[in-house]
Design a protein around this ligand. Structure first.
Ligand code: AMP
Length: 298
């Protein structure tokens, strides 16, 4: 098989394009065929989590646009922008194999040309949790996603529950700015041992990879305690944090049980809750979360 390169159109109709004009033209063609346009924004280094988003997108749309762009404005000055993996040829193969129709691979100058100076600020949801630890992160995310929506003009866009706060922020932006896009959140895909898949898992040493299990384990611990009728959310959060800290080389950042929509920490249980954790392992930051639904009393 010949390796698809940006700009090539293959026999199966798979296209990779790096210019906004090409993307607009191809999307216009698809829309003229009455196809519903779906968009899956990514930063590449595609794994099974991304592939599951393409599959979910295919259930909601019939022309799938994946975007691959390591967005500089969502990285802090001390973060991993430079070392973030960029295996473009592998990603194009994976996207094609997953049935993506069009991959948009812009460079930084295409998205942020000289003089670019407009940003999207989503209010309170952007300033807590990840937003507190990574100032400006969601400003960068919201700005690039709005730009990608303007370029692709999708009917539906799919984001992963893995980045729980991100999908909450993007839902708020979509609502507040009346964007004509349906936001779909897809389930987190995990390694067989429970670790949430992430492009950043590649940074982990074998020892850190073992320790990283404490993230999903602390979420399971919270779910198990709540399922057993233990409703002391403060004590559960403390136990989650202690479990994170029990991993060799793990520095917990937060462990909380929050409202799924407002992300406010809860002091009393409610039917739907989200447990969130973040921790540092050496130079790598990992996040994970789990939705917890309490059984209706019978
Ligand atoms: P990223 O390339 O890390 O920016 O992620 C692109 C999209 O894939 C985001 O909507 C993420 O939430 C989603 N994603 C990342 N990891 C997973 C996973 N393990 N399961 C499901 N979706 C994921």
């Amino acid at each position: 098989m010949t390796q698809p390169q940006a700009g090539d159109e293959t026999a199966e109709g798979f296209v990779a394009a790096s210019s906004i004009d090409d993307v607009r033209r191809l999307v216009r063609q698809a829309r003229a065929q009455s196809r519903r346009i779906g968009c899956v924004p990514t930063m590449g280094a595609l794994h099974a989590g991304h592939v599951s988003l393409f599959e979910v997108c295919r259930r909601h749309a019939d022309f799938i646009v994946a975007t691959i762009f390591v967005n500089p404005t969502q990285f802090g000055p001390q973060e991993d922008f430079q070392r973030y993996p960029r295996p473009l040829a592998d990603d194009l193969r994976a996207a094609q194999a997953a049935g993506v129709d069009l991959v948009f691979t812009p460079d930084a100058e295409t998205i942020y040309p000289e003089g670019f100076d407009t940003f999207v600020e989503v209010g309170g949801l952007s300033s807590v949790l990840e937003g507190e630890i990574r100032p400006g992160h969601f400003r960068g995310v919201a700005t690039v996603v709005l730009k990608l929506f303007q370029i692709v003009q999708p009917d539906v866009a799919v984001f992963g529950a893995k980045d729980y706060q991100q999908q909450a922020v993007l839902r708020q932006m979509t609502r507040d700015l009346n964007l004509p896009v349906e936001i779909v959140t897809a389930l987190t895909i995990r390694e067989p041992d429970g670790l949430a898949m992430s492009s950043r898992n590649a940074y982990l040493s074998p020892k850190e990879r073992k320790s990283a299990l404490v993230l999903s384990e602390s979420l399971a611990l919270a779910a198990a305690r709540l399922a057993n009728g233990d409703f002391d959310l403060g004590a559960i959060a403390t136990a989650m944090r202690e479990h994170l800290a029990s991993g060799a080389g793990v520095q917990p950042e937060y462990a909380l049980i929050v409202d799924p929509d407002t992300l406010e920490p809860l002091s009393a249980p409610q039917p739907r809750m989200t447990a969130l954790v973040a921790a540092r392992l050496g130079t790598t930051r990992l996040i994970d979360n789990r939705e917890i639904v309490l059984d209706e009393p019978s």
